[in-house]
Ligand binder design. Structure first.
Ligand code: G1P
Ligand code: ZN
Length: 540
């Protein structure tokens, strides 16, 4: 078998952000583009010869073609063992678990997460390290740098591997194993949660609808919910991964999982409606006519953590990303646990999880996880909820209202303003940053600004500091505005504005309750002035 170098010119647009490299599919399909990124990753790693690489993706368009290319490059680069999910599938949390279980050197995950797929959609690649966690920033920066200067990649000419069968084969001196993507993950979930209690819940007639959004979690959810836990057949909808996700935007939130939300708010609502995103690391949960927002959900997981078999005596502390509303903080305070606020992006939880500073963490963008894997985990969060419902025999609405009763309710809404210009959002943020020192004690609309500051973070374990992670504006009446630029846009730029406000009143509509704060935000940020009229606004 001949290993040969293919010349490449380097690509200056290959920037590895918080979630790896994400671009339009057509960009990835350019000649040498994927290869350039993969070889750049390999070139920044050391000592992987003879070791194990895991490869899998969320099944979107170009998934399997990319996997065939990567297999050949991994052989050429002398990996000793390549593990690939059958049909090219592996959810992000399943990869993270497999890395640890199979003591792999690392993994390449093909996904653009919750972004639409297909020829016109997005594609992405990310690298996870031997702990199972996403590559840390310095490694990501090294990948981006290498992408621009690389001038060759290593390749072999061999036949494509049949990904449709679970099998083992050897090419050159590399063992290739095609595995069932679901079984290791589902066995692990059975160690974490009380499956017997959840089975009893379903036996009593409990109903769930799980929307896999035509993405990777379909096979996982069918096996775990329907086959193992006894949910009715058909409880999992959109359960077959499709290259274009059936035209759906696989992001589990009130906007993109609208049909599921409508079902939850209809007469026919099952006890729980749940959904997960493209690569299976995010989740959404609703009860009958009741949406649990991600910040409350995270606080609820913390509240019940010690009652889950796997976590008994292992609730060390918890963390939330700064944009996430602070419901978690109150639970931690009550149980005398540390609560950390990190910048956006899962990688900031890594050191805290690994060093037992925290057991649980989550973000406002429908992601939560624990030390069980080093990624967020959508199905895990849903199983956590089912375990809570099984042991308490309460509804999601009752559980959430008890939380509000105990700690107060925090109303929250996130506004995303997308523009195709990549200059306007940074301009708005820079101008606002420059004004911060003068903002304290000024009045904006109905609120008084108490403190306005940049969010800089120092990792409590590594002492590494990360600056300019957003702008925090604390206002009177326990209100807060948090502003930052999205790090995952595949084109243009998005401004994200997160509003939250605490209240003793717990039955208001969030949009109505937060209207005065929204007015103050418009006045302060002057979004239209900076971003113009060509903005695409979404609210979650
Ligand atoms: C978004 C979410 C963030 C999450 C990231 C990766 O990033 O807001 O919480 O970690 O996707 O899934 P953003 O586009 O806001 O940078
Ligand atoms: Zn995702």
């Amino acid at each position: 078998m001949d290993i040969f170098a293919v010349p490449t010119k380097g690509f200056s647009d290959q920037k590895f952000g918080t979630s790896g490299l994400r671009k339009k599919t057509s960009v990835f399909q350019q000649e040498h583009y994927l290869e350039n990124a993969v070889q750049s990753i390999f070139d920044c790693l050391q000592g992987f010869e003879g070791k194990t690489l895991i490869i899998g993706g969320d099944g979107r368009y170009y998934n399997n073609q990319a996997i065939q290319t990567i297999i050949k490059m991994a052989i050429a680069n002398q990996f000793g063992h390549i593990i690939v999910g059958q049909n090219g599938l592996l959810s992000t949390p399943a990869v993270s678990h497999l890395i640890q279980k199979r003591e792999a050197f690392g993994a390449l995950i093909l996904t653009a997460s919750h972004n639409p797929g297909g020829k016109e959609g997005d594609f992405g690649i990310k690298y996870n390290i031997s702990t199972g966690a996403p590559a840390p920033s310095d490694l990501g920066n090294a990948f981006s740098k290498r992408c621009t200067e690389i001038d060759r990649y290593w390749m072999v000419k061999v036949q494509d591997v049949d990904l449709s069968q679970q099998t083992e084969l050897t090419i050159g001196s590399t063992l290739i194993e095609i595995i069932d993507p679901v079984s290791d993950y589902s066995a692990y979930m059975q160690k974490i949660f009380d499956f017997k209690a959840i089975q009893r819940l379903f036996k009593k007639g409990f109903k769930i609808t799980f929307d896999a959004m035509n993405a990777v979690t379909g096979p996982y959810a069918k096996h775990i919910l329907e086959e193992l836990l006894g949910a009715d057949e058909g409880s999992v909808i959109h359960g077959t991964p499709l290259p274009d996700f059936g035209g759906l935007h696989p992001e589990p939130n009130l906007v993109y999982a609208k049909d599921l939300v409508d079902l939850a708010y209809s007469e026919k609502s099952p006890d729980v409606c749940a959904a997960s995103d493209g690569d299976g690391d995010r989740y959404m949960i609703l009860g009958k006519s009741f949406f649990v927002n991600p910040a409350d959900s995270l606080a609820i997981l913390a509240e019940y953590m010690e009652q889950i078999p796997f976590y008994k005596g292992r609730f060390y502390g918890a963390a939330r990303s700064m944009p996430t509303a602070a419901a978690l903080d109150a639970v931690c305070q009550k149980s005398k646990k540390d609560c950390y606020q990190t910048p956006t992006g899962w990688k900031f939880f890594g050191s805290l999880l690994e060093n037992q500073k925290i057991s649980l963490c989550g973000e406002e963008s429908f992601g939560a996880g624990s030390f069980h894997v080093m990624e967020k985990d959508g199905l895990w969060a849903i199983l956590f909820w089912l375990n809570i419902l099984a042991i308490t025999e309460k509804t999601p609405e009752q559980i959430t209202k008890e939380l509000w009763q105990k700690y107060g309710r925090i109303y929250t809404r996130t506004y995303t303003y997308h523009t195709e210009s990549d200059k306007d959002v940074p301009h708005l943020i820079d101008s606002l940053s420059a004004k911060l020192p003068q903002l304290s004690n000024t009045q904006v609309s109905d609120f008084k600004i108490i403190k306005a500051s940049l969010f800089n973070y120092t990792d409590p374990v590594t002492n590494q500091s990360t600056t300019n992670q957003g702008i925090i504006i604390l206002l009177s009446d326990e209100a807060r505005i948090f502003v930052r630029m999205s790090g995952t846009s595949s084109s243009g730029a998005s401004l994200k504005v997160y509003l939250s406000q605490k209240s003793k009143k717990n039955n208001a509509d969030p949009a109505i309750f937060l209207a005065p704060l929204e007015k103050a935000t418009q006045e302060l940020l002057q979004i239209q002035k900076y971003l113009g009229n060509k903005v695409d606004i979404s609210v979650t």
